[in-house]
Design a protein around this ligand. Sequence first.
Ligand code: NAD
Length: 336
Amino acid sequence: MWAQGRIGAQLLSRFVGLQRPMGLMSWDGSRRGRATLISGQMVADQILHGLKDKIQRLETIGIQPCLVPVVVGQDPVSQIYLRKKLEAARAIGLRMRIQHVPAEVSSAELMALLDHLNRDEHVHGIIVQLPLPSALNAIDIGNAIQPAKDVDGFTQQNLGALVQSSEVARLSILNHIPCTATAVKKILEIGLAGHDWTGQRAVVIGRSLNVGLPIALVLESDRQNGGFDMTTTICHRNTVDLGASTRHADVLVTATGVPNLIRPEMVKPGAVVIDVGLNRIKLSDRVKLVGDCHPGVWDVAGYMTPVPGGVGPCTVASLMYNSVLAANRTAIRLSV
Ligand code: NAD
């Protein structure tokens, strides 16, 4: 098996956040489940570790770290994400000041609000909750956030810094890496600690500017700049014969929002599968949250993130991390 062979049995005992999946239904209906589960919550706890203390230290010098999510309208999925962020913020003592805006808000009005928040010295991080109503251009709105407060890392400046991936960009006080990309980075670094990914093949399915593309950039960029040095392929909705690409992946990251897109026969045996997709599917009696992978993928992969409980908690934790970092940079600026 690839994962055993490449990583080595002696390293397996050192892994953090790994659990055998319990009672998973395999795709042919039998109870099996072979892949080792990477617990997102355990990785998230490592990301969150120490943030509470950092916040308390900042408060002693008069800085109360504050994140402002701007919520346009009443999208029900947005509300779920928001609740998760609130829970995480409460747990570490981060102040979160939610700014509700009616769905009919004009672009100019929303930009004016962001301008006001940019100038507010008590606000350290700003996010605009997606999706936005179709009348608003998410890229233009995102770019109106001051890069130092853009804790989602979506602005031209922060994404540009990730593309350049230079030392200057990495150390710049303005740079925030998008949270799903940080989540995938931490899952590999913490959840599968001790493994050298250099030169291995990564396939990322999905090329959105806020999710798929930044993940691919982090995987392909060079190690001295905080990347993984992997040989990375991006696939998308027009990729012909998706399986022909995915079957080569040592690390397969899927971020499409299409349930059951990744079937067991599309996965290299023993591969690491990171399922970023979050899809609500209606069953006869309830709504269920699933990823992009068919349950049978658990029988083929070596390591896999579950949905829910995989990438999601790590993404939220990364947002908390970026928010505290932004407040910390304020402290550094004030001290010079
Ligand atoms: P998006 O709609 O902007 O992008 C989807 C991408 O998937 C596109 O690049 C598209 O080309 C590709 N795609 C769609 N259908 C495909 C197909 N049949 N074959 C191959 N590629 C296909 O969505 P997004 O904002 O990038 O989010 C993607 C998924 O990730 C969604 O399910 C979203 O809910 C989830 N998400 C999860 C987290 C988390 O924390 N877990 C965070 C953000 C987004």
